[in-house]
Write a protein that binds this ligand. Structure first.
Ligand SMILES: [Zn+2]
Ligand SMILES: [Zn+2]
Length: 332
């Protein structure tokens, strides 16, 4: 038993504090990791703000972990010492409930989540279940790979759920959208980026990444959307996206938390439009996304921070002052 330096949150509403956290004994299916990089996700802000009912405090946040395997548990067959692996949000499932048996382990009633119900990667070291770790394509550096593990792969689940169609709307152009825009462009689709009204920097960023159009989330796009994904945690964007979407189009809510959706006229939904949410990931999603990332060179835009700067990284994310993704480098 040793300790690692970790940025931990003791209860909702508090800033993270640097602590010496004790390292648990390795379970038989677990691996001990040196954390090389850990992405900062909007979900971490919801954890800080007490908006995740499943969260358990105190906890070390961080569910986009790129790590080096230092030690493996007795029953681990998937990984060896020295491997570079990714640890995503889904940390454990029961394997027995209706959802686990129906190919929907993302909805497991007893699931454990990295950096929420399990200690995560805002630390020098972490422990993870090897059966839920993901291989990371060699072409990505540690800091580039970190945002792929949630922004990229849960974003990709939302992308698939949104369905086909040339015109894709992305509401909130942050870590997820800037990766999905690159995937959409590689598939010849047109991206319409909706940002905070007046945020010309974010508009420019979207256009640099190949968006066909970028404008305020209060604007209508020049063409109707075939589908839209909402990343910003703002319920008012649901009727806004429906109004911008053609008949039979889909609007996908990709965040774990959203403010209340305001009342809206039925005519916005009429015409076989649909609204759905995307929750968590399955391991199959993770493997599929990493195969895609190996095939298509994605270029995540990252800004790195030291471990003790975690609060600053979260604050930058909260105020929309990041282009792309924030990544902590704990031992940098
Ligand atoms: Zn289950
Ligand atoms: Zn996330």
């Amino acid at each position: 038993m040793g300790t690692v330096r970790a940025m931990r949150i003791s209860r909702a509403g508090q800033a993270l504090e640097l602590e010496e956290a004790s390292v648990p004994m390795l379970g038989e299916h677990q691996v001990r990791l040196k954390v090389l990089a850990c992405g900062v996700c909007r979900t971490d802000l919801h954890l800080v703000d007490g908006e995740l009912p499943q969260a358990s405090y105190p906890v070390t946040p961080g569910h986009e972990i790129v790590g080096h395997v230092l030690e493996v548990g007795k029953a681990v067959t998937e990984l060896s010492t020295g491997d570079r692996v990714g640890v995503p949000w889904l940390g454990w499932t029961c394997g027995k409930c209706f959802y686990c048996k129906s190919g929907l382990e993302n909805l497991c009633d007893k699931a454990c989540f990295t950096g929420c119900t399990l200690d995560g990667g805002y630390a020098e070291g972490a422990v993870a279940d090897a059966r839920y770790c993901l291989a990371i394509p060699a072409r990505y550096s540690d800091e580039e790979a970190a945002p792929l593990l949630c922004a990229g792969l849960i974003g990709y689940r939302a992308y698939r759920a949104a369905g086909e169609g040339r015109n894709l709307g992305l509401y909130g152009f942050g870590a997820s959208a800037h990766i999905l825009a690159q995937i959409a462009r590689s598939e010849g689709r047109h991206v319409f980026a909706f940002v905070r009204p007046g945020d010309t920097q974010a508009q420019r960023f979207a256009m640099e990444l190949g968006a066909t159009w970028a404008g305020g989330s209060d604007e209508l796009p020049p063409e109707l959307l075939d589908c839209a994904i909402i990343f910003a945690p703002v319920g008012a964007l649901v009727p806004a996206a429906l109004a911008a979407t053609r008949k039979a189009g889909r609007v996908i809510c990709a965040g774990i938390h959203m403010s209340d959706i305001p009342e809206f006229p039925y005519s916005l939904l009429w015409g076989e439009r649909s609204i759905a949410s995307v929750a968590n990931l399955t391991r199959a999603d993770g493997h599929e996304f990493m195969r895609l990332a190996a095939r298509v060179q994605l270029r995540p835009n990252v800004e790195t921070f030291s471990l003790s700067q975690a609060n600053e990284a979260l604050s930058r994310l909260r105020h929309g002052a990041l282009q792309g993704a924030a990544v902590l480098i704990p031992t940098g």
